[in-house]
Write a protein that binds this ligand. Sequence first.
Ligand code: NAP
Length: 308
Amino acid sequence: MSTVHNVIIIGSGPAGYTAGLYAARAMLEPLMFGGYMSGGQLMLTSDIENFPGYPKGIGGPEMMMELREQAERFGLEVRDQNVESVDLSERPYKVVVEGETFLTHAIIVSTGAESIWLNAPGEEEQKGRGISTCATCDGAFFKDEEVMVIGGGDSACEEATFLTRFASKVTLVHRRDVFRASNIMYERAVKNEKIEIKTFRQVKEWLSDEKGLTGAVLEDPRNGETENIDVTGAFIAIGHKPITGFLGGQVEVDEEGYILHKNHTMTSVDGVFAAGDVVDTRYKQAITAAGMGCQAAMDVEKWLEDQH
Ligand code: NAP
């Protein structure tokens, strides 16, 4: 408890590891709490094709392991533990992990975001019994079965395409006829013979029997007309929400819960910085998260210097 760290980094996606790499190379001896599931969302991603420097693409977990290794080589200490809470009422700040309190001058929050669920009737009971938010994790359970994916963004198109490796048919269900997904992801889904796209449909309720999911009632949002779809697997890909609960409302966030930057990457609390999807309402890419992690570490270094 008596050691005061220069900087504690909370969260271990591309933003956190890049912040760790820069802070370590700046001799700040950073400590990272990377979470029990360290590596963030990319641990659940199959192939990353748009991170510069990987002409053949790279697996998400593989990239996270390399980022970690690179940062550790320069001295980043990573603990695969979750932060329970922080106390930002006085300096040094307190970070509580499994009942133990760590003191630090600065904090970088890079906790990223977690999947949003639809919360349609019957969903809670079928989570893990057919309904999932992670095709990479659960797709292989649906070999030669019919599944559906809900959403119209990159995640939905990517997951639908990925699931065709296993499923006999994938229905991509979107609530309107305009897709947010990038052209390349959308086109890949459209051209895939195993994928059927259903627009103007949303899940009204989930259907199940004693074995698990059997399908859903889909509703046309324009006129309320319904139809049933028979699937044994459903993957919800309707976006993510930032992970900030452990901050206990001590850092200013916007109406959707994203942390607000006040001065470059510094938040509303002096010495508390944030990077990656936990602040990013717009880009949400591995490369932009990594870039912001670099900025946060450089801002911490400058801020610490200014404290003397
Ligand atoms: P997103 O772009 O926010 O798309 C979410 C989709 O879900 C939208 O089409 C939205 O419909 C739909 N939706 C939201 N709430 C819904 C509800 N209650 N019921 C039915 N549909 C609902 O989220 P994302 O696809 O997860 O992507 C997030 C970010 O990550 C994006 O910036 C994306 O580019 C990035 N990403 C990149 C890659 C890659 O480059 N490899 C892969 C995955 C994600 P509306 O369009 O009608 O609002």
